[in-house]
Design a protein around this ligand. Structure first.
Ligand SMILES: CC(C)(COP(=O)(O)OP(=O)(O)OC[C@H]1O[C@@H](n2cnc3c(N)ncnc32)[C@H](O)[C@@H]1OP(=O)(O)O)[C@@H](O)C(=O)NCCC(=O)NCCS
Length: 200
């Protein structure tokens, strides 16, 4: 890992703008890999408006500038859940996708969900690799692929581990947000050097 803190935080309705910006930062190819179609900017905005933060769970990893670098959307179905991951191109291959996957699995285990799956294009080498690395059963169906993972039962230890993880992630995030706001405020208050008078 680099300087990025790979501690996913739970996103809330107040993070909706940051989430939209994250999806808009994906190019046409990435949008196709993530959503199954190269959605237009307007379609992305409409999609984001439909995300229900009470029903679904969304975890994100932010950079020092608080921009969302990586996001996993967890959609619930009866007895199972689907993951949709996206990591911005500049920070791929650093383990953020894997960190999001693990965080989502931790959450689903503790919610009593018995199976998680990922649906993606068969050509998606990175996602296929991530799925296999996490022990998922990969089922190809032509150009599309589903990967499944059976989840264990929750234990008091797994519930405590999630609570501690959430707590630490939120503290780290709030600290970075506070630092960012303080730096921005200091910058705004610093007087700019007077513009040099042009020689006559
Ligand atoms: C798939 C995606 C989420 C992975 O995110 P990431 O942060 O790069 O993931 P990680 O760094 O944790 O792991 C990526 C792994 O895939 C490997 N990888 C990358 N490209 C690969 C490829 N074309 N073929 C095989 N493996 C590949 C990396 O080497 C790394 O493996 P390692 O950890 O064993 O070294 C990211 O590429 C992405 O957002 N893609 C566009 C959207 C998308 O495809 N979403 C998935 C649909 S649900």
């Amino acid at each position: 890992m680099t300087g990025i803190t790979a501690l996913p935080i739970r996103l809330r309705d107040t993070d909706r703008v940051a989430l939209t910006e994250h999806f808009l930062a994906l190019d046409a190819d990435d949008r196709r890999l993530r959503f199954g179609a190269s959605l237009s900017d307007d379609a992305i905005r409409a999609l984001d408006e439909r995300i229900d933060f009470d029903r679904d769970e969304i975890f994100g990893i932010a950079g020092d500038d608080l921009r969302l670098l990586a996001v996993v959307h967890v959609a619930f179905y009866p007895a199972k859940a689907e993951l949709g991951l996206s990591v911005l191109p500049g920070v791929r291959g650093l383990g953020l996708g894997n960190a999001l996957f693990s965080r989502a699995v931790m959450h689903l285990t503790n919610r009593g969900v018995r199976e998680v799956f990922v649906h993606c294009l068969s050509q998606n080498g990175a996602m296929m690799h991530l799925a296999r690395k996490n022990g998922m059963r990969v089922v190809h169906d032509g150009s599309e692929t589903d990967a499944y993972l059976a989840l264990p039962s929750a234990t008091p230890g797994s519930i405590l581990a999630e609570w501690v993880f959430d707590h630490n992630a939120r503290i780290a995030h709030d600290f970075r947000r506070g630092t960012r706001l303080a730096l921005d405020a200091m910058q705004a208050m610093t007087p700019r050097p007077a513009r040099q008078r042009r020689a006559a």
